[in-house]
Design a protein around this ligand. Structure first.
Ligand SMILES: Cc1cc2nc3c(=O)[nH]c(=O)nc-3n(C[C@H](O)[C@H](O)[C@H](O)COP(=O)(O)OP(=O)(O)OC[C@H]3O[C@@H](n4cnc5c(N)ncnc54)[C@H](O)[C@@H]3O)c2cc1C
Ligand SMILES: NC(=O)c1ccc[n+]([C@@H]2O[C@H](COP(=O)([O-])OP(=O)(O)OC[C@H]3O[C@@H](n4cnc5c(N)ncnc54)[C@H](O)[C@@H]3O)[C@@H](O)[C@H]2O)c1
Length: 472
């Protein structure tokens, strides 16, 4: 067996692993990167990129139906489902070189294409090679979780790993799970001409502010997506083209295809973490805020670290780990300033505390600012007025922001920056936003914090009258 000695060995070439490899090697560390599947991981091959490419195609189809308000005759689009999938594949192909083995080898990373397993506290084996490293990073991501529902093992179940390969349009897509995957896929497929039923065991978009989630759900329902909540799945039966989901209350739902979007399980299979003394549980590798595991040589990042599962979190973790294992400096990860976005139409975005969390944390010291998209001129010109921005303010600073509306994902960026830099709400109110942009909604919400102090203030009114009398 070939022996390799290196400074840093990274397992998994997805969003987290690639960021660490690129950063560490360019700063001068020797890096081995091991990938058992596709370079680029879930985000590029079966997650963010294909889902957003599909959503873009669906949006183009929907625009053809929505022309009436602009004086454009609405038409039912002819959707060539296979060609839509070609578009999805092309987008992946275009981005893939950035994450490729060739690019990373060009940077000086030693890339091994094999599944890795620990053989000891400081050794990993992959592809017939034994790698001894000063530090290891587990960046192995997550995989779709298929709950143990009777029938799940025999019924053809699609997941995010297979749905993008379908070239024929499903007549009726059943989706188990009303989280971000379930709802993004539900709306995209509906707009591309499928009948869609979402079966959610609790509340759809249950991690977001319910008032804002309701705006998304109502729009999906208006577009014809059937969404059942508090619907417990009892059993699955059937074959491709004819699948039946039986709910615990006896209701039966029939469809042609079934997508499982019921959450993720961390991908630690075959890693033999016991050999390395790395503790883990159902959620992921057990790590502290420094992302270090019970083995001081081993860190975990991204989905494998058991927290928020987003590409930008994996990238953020990469920075926290690079500081420690490349530069030897202390660093800790926090979640206070991490945004997330669900790319439905309207989009749903969150950073920091929701209103309910902020009320619990700050009680009477909390001010909630609300701004509707309806009052924004750009939203009016675009005909997209359904939307709401809520800013939770405590001690003069934003502690959480929730947005539902067009481009909520772009709008949340400003607030992610404000919360990360502990900016005061006055900084946002004082910003000059270009007219006419949706961004003015943020400024206006922040300005509303000062309105009562300026406009409902008898002392100020008296002072102004005095100034007006004495001013020459
Ligand atoms: C449908 C879908 C849509 C999504 N959309 C978004 C979005 O819009 N925005 C967003 O921020 N996030 C989104 N996500 C989440 C995002 O994809 C993940 O959070 C992100 O990919 C996690 O990165 P990671 O580096 O932790 O893992 P991954 O990107 O999954 O990479 C892990 C890699 O490790 C490899 N690996 C695993 N075990 C081993 C082993 N033993 N040896 C060698 N290699 C191994 C795997 O093959 C994989 O390539 C989406 C996810 C899905 C499923
Ligand atoms: N836009 C984005 O950033 C984006 C998009 C997609 C996915 N993601 C990431 O991927 C992760 C996984 O997404 P997800 O939507 O699969 O998971 P999720 O955990 O967010 O949602 C799963 C949903 O399925 C429901 N569920 C679970 N078991 C069920 C059952 N047996 N019957 C009916 N309903 C059931 C849950 O109540 C939950 O609402 C997300 O948490 C997110 O971090 C992000």
């Amino acid at each position: 067996m070939r022996q390799i000695e290196t400074d840093i060995c990274i397992i998994g070439a997805g969003s987290g692993g690639l960021s660490i490899a690129a950063g560490a090697v360019q700063m001068g560390a020797r890096v081995v990167l091991i990938e058992g599947g596709e370079m680029g991981g879930d985000c590029l091959n079966a997650g963010c990129v294909p889902s957003k490419a599909l959503i873009a195609a669906a949006k183009a189809a929907q625009a053809m139906r929505d022309g009436a308000q602009f004086g454009i005759t609405p038409v039912e689009p002819q959707v060539d489902f296979a060609a839509v999938k070609d578009h999805v594949a092309r987008v992946i192909e275009t981005i893939a070189p950035v994450d490729s083995q060739e690019r990373f080898e060009g940077l000086g990373v030693q890339v091994i294409r094999a599944w890795a397993r620990f053989t000891g506290p400081d050794t990993v084996e992959a592809g017939g090679q034994s790698i001894k490293a000063r530090r290891f990073v587990i960046a192995t991501g997550s995989r779709p979780m298929v709950p143990p529902i009777p029938g799940a093992a025999t019924v053809p179940v699609l997941t995010n790993e297979t749905i993008f390969d379908l070239r024929d349009r499903p007549d009726h897509l059943l989706i188990i799970g009303g989280g971000p995957i379930g709802l993004e896929m539900a709306q995209a497929h509906r707009r591309l001409g499928c009948q869609v039923t979402v079966i959610e065991g609790a509340s759809a978009l249950g991690r977001d502010d319910p008032e804002l989630a309701a705006v998304v759900l109502s729009n999906l329902r208006a577009e014809g997506v059937e969404i059942l909540e508090n619907a417990k799945v009892g059993a699955l039966a059937g074959q491709e083209g004819d699948i039946t989901v039986t709910l615990e209350d006896g209701r039966k739902l029939n469809g042609s295809h079934l997508l499982m979007a019921a959450g993720r399980k961390v991908h630690l299979d075959g890693l033999n973490l016991e050999a390395a003394g790395v503790r883990h549980d159902r959620k992921g590798v057990t790590v502290g805020p420094d992302l270090r595991s019970s083995n001081r040589r081993v860190y975990a990042v991204g989905d494998a670290a058991g927290g928020l599962q987003f590409t930008h979190v994996a990238g953020y973790h990469a920075g926290v780990v690079i500081r420690q294992i490349v530069l030897g400096l202390p660093a800790k990860a926090t979640t206070r300033h991490i945004p997330w976005v669900t790319y439905t139409d309207p989009e749903l975005a969150q950073v920091g505390l929701t209103e309910a969390e902020a009320r619990k944390a700050h009680g009477d010291a909390l001010t909630v600012l609300r701004q509707e998209f309806l009052h924004n001129d750009r939203a009016q010109t675009e005909g997209k007025t359904k939307g709401l921005l809520k800013v939770m303010v405590a001690g003069g600073r934003p502690v959480g922001v929730s947005i539902v509306g067009p481009q909520a994902g772009e709008l949340i960026g400003l607030w992610a920056f404000a919360i990360a830099s502990r900016a005061k709400i006055s900084a946002i109110a004082g910003m000059v936003a270009p007219y006419p942009t949706l961004g003015e909604i943020s400024k206006r919400a922040a300005g509303a914090y000062f309105s009562p102090k300026l406009f409902d203030n008898p002392m100020l009114k008296r002072f102004v009258r005095l100034v007006q009398r004495v001013m020459p």
